[in-house]
Design a protein around this ligand. Structure first.
Ligand SMILES: Cc1cc2nc3c(=O)[nH]c(=O)nc-3n(C[C@H](O)[C@H](O)[C@H](O)COP(=O)(O)OP(=O)(O)OC[C@H]3O[C@@H](n4cnc5c(N)ncnc54)[C@H](O)[C@@H]3O)c2cc1C
Length: 459
């Protein structure tokens, strides 16, 4: 019998464990992780495979560190970005949590440098953005880079290995709930884990499982918006005047045609586009290295369109998967198209890509036609956003700009939670991080773990 059992060894689960061991050093804590230790994690694509082999457990997403392990390690230091924690507590509390979480990353080896703190520089870029009808969100960023993220998470793994029980290669399967109170869970290999409090932190990778298990136990879900879009890749000099100063610019636009919100997301100067695999579906993402030696010539970022659906629609995750599957169906994986080809109504071909001024960093992407994949509404919003961005970063709407599809965020369903992040309906069961739909980034995912841990320890 444990005091606390945690499902998922991503940033949310890790920070919950760190906080509990700090506040209650005598408590028995267990963390169950589907993947392996961080030093054993492997992504065959990163090691030179041409196509994503769609491993049963995606090496990019599963294992100690979760999706954070090979992430770009951008710690966004504001409550306004990367999640919905402001819906659960006052701004001051979220600010305190963000600061505390950032300090913990620093303690475990994060880099000192923070981008975007110079107010005058920000004001200049904000002015240019306003003239282009774009809203620039103030979001200072500490950039770890992929290699430093791995080091920091490894330090946390080494620290926690001494303090708690960690089961790797173990998948939580069925929750045990009695009289409205959680008692534990059964793993896929039939181990029964019993604990007074359970924290579920399975990330986007486990969002499907969470939705299924929670609905079985009559825990409500609220539909989040569905975020679907593309990853844009262009020559780094196009965005240098902005990325050199802010590193990442969070820009929001409302498409004139449909009024939908489009935003930039996860900007990676001199980075690489990567593919990730959610239960056999290939989607896109991006990252960059802190070490200048590994820099590429390109910058990439996502353009995501937020769609809010109305009743009776209840399946935002399935919707996102469906659109991504279409790209996979046409391209056998990720699809790439030049912006000019999209506008000309023709598919990109290997020859056309070759004759461009940009070399795709995701070489396994198949040239094709995104207009056969993305709904007209989202496609229109993306095209309009590219033209708006072109006003502050000339060259964005170049015919050579590459668009990879599909980027989709499966944080769509949000669990109905109290302000303590405890589920409404089942006592002592907490849901945190991206999988619960509460967060969508490293800092808030980690902060949600700290918050749940503090609540549990205070009970
Ligand atoms: C390539 C890439 C780049 C990114 N770059 C950034 C960035 O620069 N900045 C930023 O803020 N965010 C970034 N992100 C997003 C960030 O990584 C996530 O927001 C964050 O990791 C979410 O944390 P989490 O703990 O909620 O979930 P995850 O990190 O997804 O961890 C969940 C863990 O739970 C495990 N799991 C799932 N189901 C089960 C189960 N049933 N039983 C046991 N274990 C289970 C999974 O294996 C996984 O290890 C990036 C993501 C990717 C993929």
């Amino acid at each position: 019998m444990y005091n606390v059992a945690i499902v998922g060894g991503g940033p949310a689960g890790i920070f919950a464990a760190l906080e509990i061991t700090k506040l209650k050093p005598d408590w028995k804590v267990i963390l169950v992780e589907k993947g392996v230790q961080i030093e054993k994690r492997k992504c065959l694509l990163r090691e030179g495979y041409e196509k994503c082999p769609t491993c049963k457990k995606c090496g990019l997403l599963c294992g100690w560190g979760g999706a954070g392990a090979f992430s770009d390690g951008k710690l966004t230091l504001t409550p306004d970005v990367g999640g919905h924690l402001l819906d659960y507590m006052p701004r001051k509390s979220v600010e305190e949590l963000v600061k505390y979480t950032d300090d913990t990353y620093l303690k475990f080896g994060a880099t000192d440098e923070v981008f975007g703190t110079d107010k005058e520089v920000f004001a200049d870029i904000e002015r240019a953005a306003t003239l282009a009808e774009l809203k620039l969100v103030h979001s200072p960023v500490r950039h770890l880079g992929t290699e430093r993220s791995l080091d920091v998470l490894k330090n946390m793994q080494d620290y926690l290995t001494q303090k708690i029980t960690i089961l790797y290669d173990t998948i939580a399967d069925k929750l045990i709930v009695e009289n409205g109170c959680v008692k534990g869970f059964i793993t896929q290999d039939n181990q029964k884990i019993e604990a007074e409090h359970i924290i579920i932190a399975p990330g986007r990778e486990g969002a499907d499982w969470l939705t299924h298990e929670f609905s079985k136990n009559k825990i409500g879900m609220v539909n989040n918006a569905v975020d679907v879009g593309v990853r844009v890749e262009l020559p780094a000099p196009v965005f240098e005047p902005i990325t050199d100063k802010l590193y990442e610019s969070k820009l929001i636009y409302h498409s004139p045609t449909f009024g939908d919100e489009v935003r930039t997301f996860c900007m990676n100067p001199y980075g690489e586009v990567v593919t990730e695999n959610y239960s056999g579906i290939s989607t896109v993402n991006g990252h960059s290295y802190g070490n200048k030696e590994f820099r590429t010539q390109n910058t990439n970022f996502a353009l995501l369109v937020s769609e809010k659906f109305t009743e009776p629609f209840k399946e935002p995750i399935a919707y996102g998967q469906h659109v991504a599957r279409l790209a996979n169906m046409l391209a056998g994986g990720v699809l790439v198209q030049r912006f000019g080809d999209l506008l000309d109504g023709r598919r990109s071909t290997p020859e056309r890509i070759k004759s461009s001024i940009i070399t795709p960093t995701l070489s396994c992407a198949t040239p094709g036609d995104l207009s056969l994949v993305l709904p007209y509404r989202q496609m229109t919003a993306i095209i309009e956003m590219l033209y708006a961005l072109d006003k502050i970063a000339p060259g964005t709407a170049s015919r050579y700009t590459l668009l990879y599809g599909i980027e989709v965020k499966f944080y769509s369903g949000r669990v109905k939670l109290t302000n303590d992040l405890e589920t409404e309906g089942v006592k002592n069961l907490y849901a945190i991080g991206d999988g619960a739909g509460v967060t969508r980034g490293l800092i808030q995912a980690s902060a949600s773990g700290v918050h749940a841990a503090r609540i549990i320890c205070s009970k």
